[in-house]
Design a protein. Structure first.
Length: 363
């Protein structure tokens, strides 16, 4: 590569110049008027960080664990769909890049590659993200996870209809995109376009034990929890993890940003559930902001696509290195030598600003 991106913004610019126009729109788009997608960024940018001086930060440790899986830093690859549209290696490249960086990759249910193929390629921890399209699909996928090396199941709980794969040009999908290639052995579950039909949202709280049983007892993470009531119910059902996420504003428009929801959901579960964040992460500073508000780790979605489009596996590795290096620098400036030291006192929320003097000191 002649141009080496030094930030996620540069990576995005380089990658979008190479992407097919339909894939570029597929990755960038939200839903409806993009109100929620854009609010994710707006609200992250409203959070200030408080630097601290004369602290010995010469030795810093970015490592953490998520449900027992050890990570070199708290930045994970989200189950972003349509990855082969950004690079032919798609999910295989992401699994290898995540493992090489010492972090985790979550495989989307609509992967072009099978559960077994990604499991064989992975050199680090892998989780599986499932959307319940039908009982038949769920019964096929979940028993295959543990034998393939997956260590957790993510259930997307707020998908109530298929995500549209069209754009305003009337083109159905970008060249190279292979949706649900992971069901090559079950053509009976696919329609003529190679997509699994949507049966309807018939999954409820009382069926979580059925999912656990199918997945052989893997830890269960609920993605898309966006209110205190659902967070409390997840705690009552002994769910192991929550992803506070609006999917980058790609499923529903009108919900507030994920970062605005973090403090109240963290308070509701009282430390009984690991909480992860996604929706809008574009820098190591954003990673720090989310962790200061209670996230155990964060997922990144669109940056995975930009890394793939830039240079496949190496591009994803570059993306993770950028975020990790930036996060490390913010930790140093805030006087933190390990991730457990990142607390809410290290950030200034919009409502706190009346307590800040003109000289920057906090009352």
């Amino acid at each position: 590569m002649t141009d080496l991106p030094m930030s996620i913004a540069e990576l995005q610019a380089f990658s979008e110049a190479k992407m097919h126009k339909v894939q570029r729109k597929f990755v960038a788009r939200g839903v409806a008027a993009n109100w929620t997608r854009d609010r994710n960024r707006q609200k992250l940018d409203e959070i200030g960080v408080v630097p601290r001086a004369l602290v010995d930060v010469s030795m810093r440790d970015l490592a953490t664990t998520v449900l027992g899986d050890e990570l070199n830093f708290p930045i994970m690859c989200a189950p972003a769909g349509g990855q082969t549209g950004s690079h032919p290696d798609g999910e295989i490249a992401v699994a290898r890049a995540a493992g090489a960086a010492g972090t985790l990759m979550a495989l989307p249910v609509g992967s072009a590659y099978t559960i077994e193929e990604v499991g064989a390629a992975a050199t680090g921890p892998i989780w599986f993200q499932h959307i319940h399209y039908s009982d038949e699909l769920t019964e096929d996928f979940l028993p295959r996870l543990k034998p393939a090396g997956f260590t957790a199941l993510i259930l997307t709980v707020d998908a109530v209809g298929p995500f549209p794969m069209t754009d305003d040009l009337g083109e159905t999908m970008s060249p190279g995109l292979r949706s649900f290639g992971s069901l090559r052995h079950r053509p009976d579950l696919l329609d003529e376009q190679g997509v699994t039909p949507w049966v309807g949202p018939n999954l409820t709280w009382d069926r979580l034990d059925w999912l656990r049983e199918l997945a052989g007892g893997l830890p269960l993470v609920l993605k898309g929890i966006r209110n205190v009531e659902d967070a409390t119910r997840a705690r009552e059902h002994e769910v192991e993890g929550i992803v506070v996420s609006n999917h980058g504003g790609r499923q529903f428009d009108g919900g507030i940003s994920s970062i605005e929801l973090m403090p109240r959901i963290v308070e509701a579960v009282e430390g009984d559930i690991e909480i992860y964040f996604d929706s809008g992460i574009r820098s190591g500073l954003d990673v720090y902001r989310a962790m200061a508000l209670g996230a155990k780790a964060v997922f990144v979605g669109r940056p995975v696509h930009w890394g793939l489009a830039y240079d496949g596996q190496e591009g994803v590795r570059r993306m993770l290195n950028i975020l990790g290096s930036e996060f490390d620098k913010v930790m140093a400036y805030t006087g933190c030598t390990n991730v457990d030291q990142i607390v809410q006192a290290h950030v200034i929320l919009p409502g706190d600003r009346e307590d800040v003097h003109d000289d920057g000191n906090i009352l």
